[in-house]
Structure formats: C-alpha cells, structure tokens
Design a protein around this ligand. Structure first.
Ligand SMILES: Cc1cc2nc3c(=O)[nH]c(=O)nc-3n(C[C@H](O)[C@H](O)[C@H](O)COP(=O)(O)O)c2cc1C
Length: 154
C-alpha cells in the first residue's frame, strides 16, 4: 500500500515526526513525505492512504502552511470521498482551551469534504517529556494493522 504522509508545521516538529514515520515503516510500505504547502486537494489520490501530521498555532489554528490547501478545499468544494486518511496532532496542554485544535480543524475539514478518517486522531502533548515519534509510530502501526485485518476479513 502506498502511504502519503503530509505534514503542516511551524517549527519543524511535525516534519520530523513525518520523517521518523517514514524511517520506521519504509521497509514495509512505499512512503512519500510532503509538505502541505506543496500539495493541492485536487492531487490527492484514492490509490494512497494519507497520514496528516499537523501542529497547532495561534489560538487553536492550523499552521499557516496549510492556508492554501484549506482555501482550495473550501473554494473548489473539493470532493474527497475517495480519500482515506489518519491524522496525528501536535499540541501543548499549556494551551488547555485550544489543545490540539489545529489537527481537529484539519480532520473536520477533510471529513466535511467527504474523506473517511481511519482510526482515532493521534495526539502529542509537547508539555510532557515524551518524544512525539514514540507516540506517533505505535499509533500509526496500530491503524495499519487494523486496516490489514479488515482487508483480510474482506
Ligand atoms: C505561537 C504558538 C502558539 C501555539 N498555540 C497552540 C495552541 O493553541 N494549542 C496547542 O495545543 N498547541 C499550541 N502550540 C504548541 C505547538 O503546537 C507544539 O509546540 C507543537 O509541538 C509544535 O509543532 P511544530 O514544530 O510542528 O509546529 C503553540 C505553539 C506556538 C509556538
């Protein structure tokens, strides 16, 4: 299965998580890592499984790099009904009122355009001592294992 990992970052942590996922899974899957800045919704392909990684900035906002992608979905009323995706958010519980709302908004936008979310949104809290990839890698492996079980059941 082809996996396209798309990251939206401010300070680079989400990009680092995307690259760590690529390293951890590329022996089993064909993986492509892309900055959300460089893709348009029209390019999303039903042949790939998408993994979005997004941090939160401002007051519960998606990173600025997601702006054009979000605007294109809204302006073109994109139909993403062929797209299956999982999403992992990076945030900080220090921002308790808006914790991880960037990834929540991105998930809602994709679902609103018809895409299907697989698994629960993964969440990283930067106020802990955890490394984000230590949360993200098992999270994605679990989702992929569930998907392959479902495929076997048919
Ligand atoms: C200016 C600024 C605003 C932020 N606002 C939020 C927020 O509203 N909610 C949240 O959960 N995290 C917030 N964060 C925390 C970041 O999302 C978190 O540090 C994340 O790991 C950064 O990932 P990145 O390097 O990929 O951008 C904010 C961080 C900064 C620097």
């Amino acid at each position: 299965m082809k996996i396209n990992i798309v990251y939206a970052t401010i300070l680079g942590t989400s990009q680092m998580v995307a690259e760590e996922l690529d390293d951890a899974l590329s022996d089993k899957y064909e993986i492509d890592v892309q900055d959300i800045l460089q893709i348009s919704p029209a390019e999303l392909s039903g042949d790939a499984f998408y993994v979005f990684i997004s941090s939160t900035t401002g007051h519960g906002d998606m990173p600025d790099s997601a702006y054009d992608f979000v605007a294109a979905i809204n302006e073109t009323k994109a139909n993403l009904s062929k797209i299956n995706f999982a999403i992992f958010g990076l945030g900080d519980q220090g921002y308790a009122d808006t914790f991880n709302m960037g990834s929540e908004k991105l998930a809602d936008l994709l679902k609103g355009a018809g895409a299907k979310q697989i698994g629960e949104r993964g969440l990283f809290d930067a106020s802990t001592l955890d490394m984000p990839e230590d949360i993200a890698i098992p999270w994605l492996k679990d989702i992929l294992a569930e998907m392959s079980e479902l495929a076997e059941v048919g």
